[in-house]
Write a protein of this length. Sequence first.
Lengths: 92, 601
Amino acid sequence: MLTIVLGEYLSAINSPMLTEDLAPYVNQGIDKVIFDATNLTYISSGGIRVIFFCKKTLSKENVEIVFLNTRNEILEVFDLVGIQPFITFING
Amino acid sequence: MELYDGMTLMLGLSIDAWITIATVITIIVVMLFTKVRTDAVMLIAIGVLFATGVLDAKEMCSGFSAGTVVVTGVLAVVMAGLRYTGVLQWIMKHVFGLPDRYPTALMRMMVPVSLLSAFLSNTMLTMLFGNVLKRWSRKLNIAPSKLYLPMVYAVQMGGVLTLIGTSTNIVVADLYESATGKTLNMFSIFVPGMLCLLVGVVFIVAVRRWLPDRKSPEEAFETATDYTVELLVPSDNPNIFKTLGEAGLFHVKGGNLIAIRHFDHDPAFLTEDECVMGGDRLVYAGQIDEILELKETHNLVASNHPIRSMNEINKNYELRIAFVNFYSKLIGKTIENSTIERDNNVILVAVARRGKRIEAAPREVELQAGDTLLFECPRKTNTYVGNLSSQLQFSDFHEVVKVGPNAIVSSLIMTAMMILTATNVVSLLHGTVLAALAMLLFRCCSINQAMDSVSWRSLMSLAGSIVLGSAIAKTGIAQMIAFGVISVVGTHPILIMLGVCFAAMLITQLVENVAVTAMFFPIMYQAAVQVGYESAPFLLALMIAANASYSTPIAASPNMLVYGPGGYRFFDYMRIGLPLTIIVTITGVAAVILTYPLVKL
């Protein structure tokens, strides 16, 4: 399991760096990635790509993606891009 | 140095003369390097000449009441009568035929076009023949680029045949009458003009291989394999969170994915590992029917601006093809950053450059002169008014006019006008006014059609050019330059004629030929007077030289009109136009001397 605490933005600028940081964990048996989105107010398509990376590249097996304390504006983006069904949301 | 009171100053010229010279140089620079309208440039120039005291109020307004301007404006009404009764369309339909060889096709096209041009406006003929040639080139299986340039050259060479064939001839005739009190006959220039035409046509047929063989820009939009289609990934698409490759959206049957747009930006590099997200817009290029099948097989939907095929025209919209003209403010801009779509309720569908569709999002393409644009327009959009017509040149100038009894009436009116003016029964001004009135009286065209056919901008620049010409004469510049020419080439009349003609010929490649004519008339007239010869032959030679504007697309309106439709490049005009210009000018001078032996006064 991997826990990532997100800052205020996950944009085209910082998402490639986050993907680079995650690269060493590829095929290391990660089965669950938890994103703490308490402070997250903006996510770009680059940010969505990080989630995609975690879901599809970290492991050959299905990786569970969990988002903690997700704000409405972020949920709206997930709804638009149609990835809500791939994520487990936990509040509190 | 003395203060100005009519006395001479620097280099023997007065302050007024230097102001005029500065104004002329500024006009040339502005016309060459900016997109300011010619009529505006001319009006500002005469405003400056008036404000600085070079011209008085009467002189400033003289251009607007000049016979040249009135005749040109009224002739447009006569042309409207011929056009709207179907006479021109009938001629075009019946004289071209279907020749089986390219040189024969050139002759079949150039000869009637040039003869018609002797009596009709060059610009209007080019517009009318442009569409005829497009269809004709398809029937003959000849690239339009092989026909358009010969057509405009024929139009321009034919325009010189009579006094009313082109504005420059009218300007010379009018200024000659003002200067000498004598009038030139309608057909004074016919024989020299005809010799130039013959030499020109033979030259073009001989060097026909120099003409580029290019695919028509419109063809880029007319084949089923050349469309771009934008499809949207809905939020509930089963391919979301797959890569493009996994989803089968990267390599598709009948086309290629050329762009993907996520909800907030476009990825810099398009690879098949790119992730599919809801809201993505996928831009495909290829065969439209195959690509549209993706809607069924991959649960995609049409984007906000679906691209329709030529045959699949929506009930409320139609596809129209336009070209970016040379003076368009859209050059260097993208449609996305312009207001043309919003202002005119049109939608840009695709862009092509030199016959090839550009594989990029149409709205993001930085436009160049000559680019071909495919627009979706509400039906009956008038593309000949407002900023649509000033920025773009719409090629689909289709007007279907049935030939009826009025065609005979309008032909008779035109013939009567020609005979009466050629035999000096009435003056050119009287003849054209009577013919225009008759066209309206016999309903050969409506009042609105008549008014719409007058190019007010051209009349304004014509009036401005005449005023400028009179300033050049009045301030002594013409006399000074005439002396200069004599001091360089000597007092031999033929050398003088050739010298001034070559100077006018060079400048007319860059500046509108009416302006060049107005500027060079006083110079040529003064030169002839200084060496003691009758000026008429000199001025007839000037008519031919100032009209020989074949070397650049900006030299004359007809050249510009075929630049986009022919898919030409700037150099195409130089390759064939420059030698043609020189040949026509030399032939013109020789033909004038042979027809009108020079007479010492």
